[in-house]
Structures are given as structure tokens and as C-alpha cells.
Design a protein around this ligand. Sequence first.
Ligand SMILES: [Zn+2]
Length: 291
Amino acid sequence: MSIFHRLRNPCSWRNGVKQIPLDAIIPIFAVPLLAIIASKTIYTTLIVFVTCPIVVYHLHHNFLRFLPRSKFFLMWTITSVLMLMLVFEFCVVPLLEILPEENLVFIICVFGAIICGYKTRINTDKNCGNQDSTGLFDVATGSEEASSRVYYCRICQTSILGREYHCKWLDCCIGSSNLQWYLTCCLLSAVAFIYGSNLTMTSVCHPFILVGTVLLPDDCSDVYHQFDLALCFVSSVYSLVIGIVVVGYLIYHSWLIFKGTTAHERRLNNSNTSSDNGVFNGLSQLVCCQS
Ligand SMILES: [Zn+2]
């Protein structure tokens, strides 16, 4: 409690001082610390990459989901993006293995993804306000049949038109008003994460030429001899893992658009008809969405 009382923001104007929640501060220290630990040896890398998702999942399941609008996952996203960008610009680029135009493409994708992520959050907030005032949905009773394609989010505490799910990593609901921004954000971030990962790995490992100027890492066995190279390598693996997860979400949403449905409606249909979605739902809960 004393930590909570000390973490106060003196600039808040509405209620005097405002507490900065501890769950929002943890990722700012945890993400860089985990990256440093993972960069020690190949074994610490494996331990961090295996245990971290399990610990975060249990932290969310047993603690964070009971906090109203926890900023833990949003802060995790911001810290990770910032850390990966700093590692790339200050550790990978000085190795002089990357062409200026390759760096430019990476920077454009990163900033494009950040702008689209910001637009996703801004547009979902507008939508929440509009839906509340129209009275399309009975918020008091929490009924979900009031209007077609308008669904209630317990975390945002409002109804969302064409609701997909509540994205923990952006801390906002994905609905029809911000789906385009969200998918553009996913597309640009997938390119940035995978391209950045490839550029980093081929800079710190021994590369081989795949086609033309496209390189792939060949032998990464000696990266742990130097801490900065190990940090670059760990960041590139982390970046690749996130990139693959984001590509999975792009494929999932493309399939939903093809089927003319939303993730929320699909969950409702599945819970009414059968329980064959257990594995995917469990995976979804871990990586992004929340019903
Ligand atoms: Zn929500």
C-alpha cells in the first residue's frame, strides 16, 4: 500500500493527486530486465521465452483481470516496441551491416504501426461514446440481444458496434469503427517485427544468401560471446515470435471477413452449438483477445 501511495502523479487536475497503478509500472522494468537476463546464455534465453508467457498468463488469470482496465498489457506493448526499436537503432544499425534504405523501410513500418495503433484506440473511444448515447443497448441489464451486431464489453463498460474482442495489448475494444485501423496496425507491425528480426539476425549471425539481396541467418552459435550481440539476437527472436502471432491474427481476421462474421459472433455461435473451439480460445486468451 505504501508503494501505491508513493506512486502519485502530482499533475492530475480532477481529484487532486492520482495514483499510478503498480500493474502499469511492472512492464517498464520487467521487459528490459527479462531481455538482459535472456541475453546471458542460451539457457537463460530458453528459460525466459518458455516461462514468461506462462507467468504472464497466470498473472492475468489470477490477478490482472480483476483490476478494472488494467494498463499492464498496454504498457507491455509500449515498452516492448520502444525497447526493440532502441536495440535496433543503437545496437544493430551501428554494426553497419544494414543499408540506409532497409533502415528507412523499418522505421516507416514502425511509425505507421504506432500511428494506426493510436488511431485504433482513439476511434474505439468515440464509438463507445456514440453507442452509449443512442440507447441501442441496455447497459443496465447486460443483455446481449438488444440490437444486432452491438455487443457489450465488460471491461470498457459500454456497447460496441460489430464487436470483435477486447484487445489487451492496445487496451481497447476492436469493433467496426476501428477494425481497419487495427488490421493496418497488425499488417505494418507484422512487417516491422519480422523484417526487423531478419535484419537483426543476419547482422549478428553468419548469414547466407537466399535470393538476390534476401539473407537468412545460418550460424548463430557465437552471439553469446558479446553481450550487445546477444541482446540483439534475443530481441530479434522476441520480435519474430510477436510477428508470427500478429500474422496469425491477420489470417484469423481475413478468414472472419471472408465468412462475413466477427470474432464475438463466432464465439457466441460456438458456445451455443458445440465446444470444439477450446484449443483456439485458450490460445487466443493467452496472446490477445478477451471475450
Ligand atoms: Zn472493451
